[in-house]
Design a protein around this ligand. Sequence first.
Ligand code: AMP
Length: 282
Amino acid sequence: MQNFVHNEALERKLEFHRSKGRTIGFVPTMGALHAGHLKLVRASMKKCDVTVCSIFVNPTQFNDPKDLQKYPRNLERDKALLKETGLQIIFAPGIREIYPKNLDTTVHIDLAGLDKTLEGAFRPGHFEGVVQVVKRLLDIVRPDVLFMGQKDFQQFTIIRHLINTLKLRVQLEVIPTEREAGGLAMSSRNERLTREFRKKAEVIFETLTYLKSSLGTKPISNIRDEALKKITSAGLKPEYIELVDGHTLQPVNVPVIHHYIVGLIAAWAGDIRLIDNMILKE
Ligand code: AMP
């Protein structure tokens, strides 16, 4: 079988560690690293013998070419930050390494509708791109443990579905969201927020906290309406506010019959789109 990993140095390093019986942890990122990413890296370094962090801005998951173009990139700074953590392997592949011309990297699995709601409804094709790149990276790195952030709740839910469907031999670890002092979830996109919107965007975390404290005290529709008002009156434009079952991502109407409920918000702060979530019941 042809081996499409052209990065022989990476392959050699990983083979060496595997031959010594070492476990490999993997943290895929799109760079522009912040404390949230570094938390994943540290969690991997704690649990696994060797950690690989990839930096690859994946074009196939951007439905808006302008968003792809504007995505912050700073490889030298990222490398310096990763070196400070003591991380062993940085993998920053080029586009042809991930998507060789002679290889079909599309993943043909049914995502059970998980990709159609929430982010999927507003970013058509986004999760096909995410599944494609994560599967490809897993094929190259072949880690024992994959680390992902709770910040992208729908993303890790879909990747868990991918792992279960294809029976991939990798364990998924989800790491809680790292936040700034005012509650704003750390994100590479925050760099592009004006100081004013950075402050205003704290309303997202406040609203998630409100969803959590209100769940079960009044009808879901009232909770959502009030949450929408909070976001709007703070000067953000909400795209969605949903309370869903954490397994199926389908809307919850009667909270008592669900064991696992998550609140998710997407909102525009000026021209920056932010997402965040909180587990409301588990
Ligand atoms: P990205 O570079 O945005 O694709 O993110 C790479 C990984 O870091 C994903 O698994 C994200 O869920 C995770 N991540 C992003 N932001 C945070 C955060 N604030 N806290 C924890 N993990 C995060």
